[in-house]
Write a protein that binds this ligand. Sequence first.
Ligand code: NDP
Length: 237
Amino acid sequence: MTAFQGKSVLVLGGSRGIGAAIVRRFAADGAAVTFTYAGSAEAAQALAAETGSTAVVTDSADRDAVIARVRESGPLDVLVVNAGIAVFGDALEQDPDVIDRLFRINVHAPYHASVEAARQMPAGGRIIVIGSVNGDRMPVAGMASYALSKSALQGLARGLARDFGPRGITINVVQPGPIDTDANPEDGPMRDLMHSFLAIKRHGRPEEVAGMVAWLAGPEAGFVTGAMHTIDGAFGA
Ligand code: NDP
């Protein structure tokens, strides 16, 4: 397929899981894809070799490194901010430095990367941030910091849509429910609890999320901006 032939795509956090599926989708559709990773060098190099994409190490917890990476990528047609972490546990016991690192990765990096990308992005540019249905619904204890971070992305998209819309740049949030990745494996201990919240009794697949991202990045979605797009088997319904 050549839907994104000649397009320049940067995926922040692309070495594994949903990010890797997004890299595969854009590469298969003809784009020139660069993706970042932090800890999974082996997976990143394997994915780059498989897809013909470029892997670069950039820690999303490091604001200045994220801004520099986006700037050095030149004019992007598509920016996808996928990198994200969850921290589980009793809010009263959690290390504030660990929580603040989550906010740097899940909130600060998406904001600064989006703004930096927009400086050079041409008309028709697309910014897509991977949020979570937990931005709308958090049915379990111990994940308030994660829910907060994903709700924050809703304000990010609503606000920056106003800033960038006049230049023909859209920004949207994709909000997955449980997706089968290392972070939330379908064969893990949370399976039955997760499925109890779902109308479709299975985890979603990373490729299904990548499909929604590709649609938002494509020509049919030019009037779609400042919006949340939930793909969750009715977790949030
Ligand atoms: P995984 O843990 O499977 O993969 C996370 C990816 O993000 C890896 O490529 C990882 O790279 C990268 N990453 C993590 N931290 C950093 C960092 N500091 N700097 C750069 N890259 C980083 O997660 P998922 O694929 O499951 O999740 C991807 C996104 O989707 C996240 O934003 C998550 O919150 C969201 N999401 C996931 C859901 C799920 O059920 N799986 C549900 C809803 C939302 P590396 O290993 O190289 O550090």
